[in-house]
Design a protein around this ligand. Structure first.
Ligand SMILES: NC(=O)c1ccc[n+]([C@@H]2O[C@H](COP(=O)([O-])OP(=O)(O)OC[C@H]3O[C@@H](n4cnc5c(N)ncnc54)[C@H](O)[C@@H]3O)[C@@H](O)[C@H]2O)c1
Length: 382
């Protein structure tokens, strides 16, 4: 299959590109380095430098033999996306290309506007370019579990059957996000659902939980092929951050009561979820939604796990609850369903002591690069 990865330079995009070529697909990547630029502007660059997209593609070709064409440009510009879709004519589109950080979207008005305009314009352009240049292509969009928020009832996989005055209909599950970034993801889903109904496009929307990890089957032997790894409060995800904090001897920053509960997954499972979705695509006129996570943890459980494994490695890991800079429920009911991807064949990689120790050892090799000032800035959401 010809697969176009939008956001192919990103934390998930680059590992996905290597993984899908390894599975025999023809892959091209597109990116405008927005993520790198925002990290530089906010002075929160990833732990270690990674080569640019052209260099990564050359490295990957030298070890695997697979060629991956690179398109550098802004997908929110119609002329650029039209050119890319016209020349590559994908059969599968993996849409990662968004401003992906909730804290960044809450930083100030400029960051909020950038998130809103970038995310919605790219999604709309993907729909329009797909319609014009590859109408049968399957769009695999990465949404987020954060679209659902933390309702006091079970979370279904995308849809909820509602009975009202004796009649029934399936609706998109009610969504109520806790950040502007998550709100743009809800709007993306609504846009996609609208055009599924209008034009019969084929979409899989993957409601993904926070991802952790660095290693995949493709990069384990070559450090230069690792994805970039943020540990700051704006772009880092919680477990990746705790690992760096433990290695740095910086107390683990648990927000508030620490009973915030979410579904997490290993980066290896993200790649497989996307692969499985592409291999059995949504039908024309279908918006298929899967909840993409493998295990549920509270923030306290993650912190305690990192502390236990870190202590075993001889580190002195302290846990220090801090005043919650976010506006969120610190204790709540949480019971989301997540059977769809398992039924497609996902075999989860769970968060074992070994997985955590491997991450910690990788971060230890870069301990000198950790900048304490990057870790916690208290971006206030309220
Ligand atoms: N990492 C996670 O834990 C996680 C969890 C849930 C959902 N997601 C979603 O998965 C996707 C990928 O996340 P990630 O962590 O790899 O983020 P990322 O920022 O590393 O990757 C996104 C990439 O898209 C690129 N991009 C953004 N706007 C673009 C534009 N207009 N034109 C071209 N390229 C553009 C960025 O430069 C970046 O390289 C995002 O949509 C994110 O919202 C991520």
């Amino acid at each position: 299959m010809r697969i176009l990865i939008l956001g192919g330079d990103g934390y998930l995009g680059w590992p996905t590109a290597m993984h899908l070529t390894g599975q025999g697909h023809e892959v091209a990547v597109v990116d405008n380095y927005l993520r790198r630029r925002l990290c530089r502007e906010e002075n929160v660059e990833p732990l270690f430098e990674v080569p640019n997209l052209h260099e990564r593609v050359d490295l990957w070709e030298s070890v695997s033999g697979y060629k991956v064409p690179v398109f550098v440009g802004d997908l929110s510009e119609w002329d650029f996306i039209a050119e890319v879709f016209k020349s590559f004519t994908p059969e599968g589109i993996v849409h990662y290309a968004e401003q992906p950080a909730a804290p960044y979207s809450m930083l100030n008005r400029r960051a909020a506007t950038l998130t809103l305009l970038n995310n919605l314009t790219v999604t709309a352009n993907v729909i329009f370019a797909g319609r014009e240049f590859c109408p049968d292509a399957h769009i695999v969009k990465i949404g987020t579990m954060g679209e659902y928020g933390t309702p006091n009832i079970d979370i279904e996989e995308g849809w909820l059957e509602v009975e009202h005055k004796g009649r029934r209909q399936n609706f998109l599950y009610p969504r109520q996000a806790g950040s502007l970034y998550h709100t743009t993801k809800i709007m993306d889903t609504d846009l996609l659902w609208f055009y599924v109904r209008m034009w019969g496009i084929r979409v899989t929307d993957l409601m993904q939980g926070p991802v952790y990890g660095l290693f995949t089957d493709e990069n384990a032997d070559m450090e230069q092929l690792l994805p970039f790894f943020n540990y700051d409060e704006l772009f880092g995800t919680v477990l990746n951050r705790f690992v760096v904090q433990a290695v740095a001897g910086y107390p683990l920053t648990v927000y508030g009561k620490g009973e915030q509960t979410r579904g997490y997954l290993n980066i290896k499972d993200t790649l497989n979820c996307v692969y499985l979705s592409l291999e059995s695509p949504a039908k024309p006129g279908e918006l298929r939604i899967f909840n993409q996570f493998t295990e549920i943890f509270t923030v306290n459980q993650l912190a305690e796990h990192v502390q236990r494994v870190g202590t075993g490695l001889g580190m002195n890991v302290e846990i220090k609850p801090v005043k919650n800079p976010r506006k969120e429920a610190e204790e709540h009911y949480y019971n989301p369903k997540h059977t769809g991807l398992l039924e497609l064949g996902l075999q989860p990689h769970y968060l074992t002591d070994e997985v955590l120790a491997e991450m910690m050892e990788a971060v230890l090799r870069h301990k000198d690069l950790i900048q304490h000032g990057h870790i916690y800035r208290q971006v206030k959401w309220a």
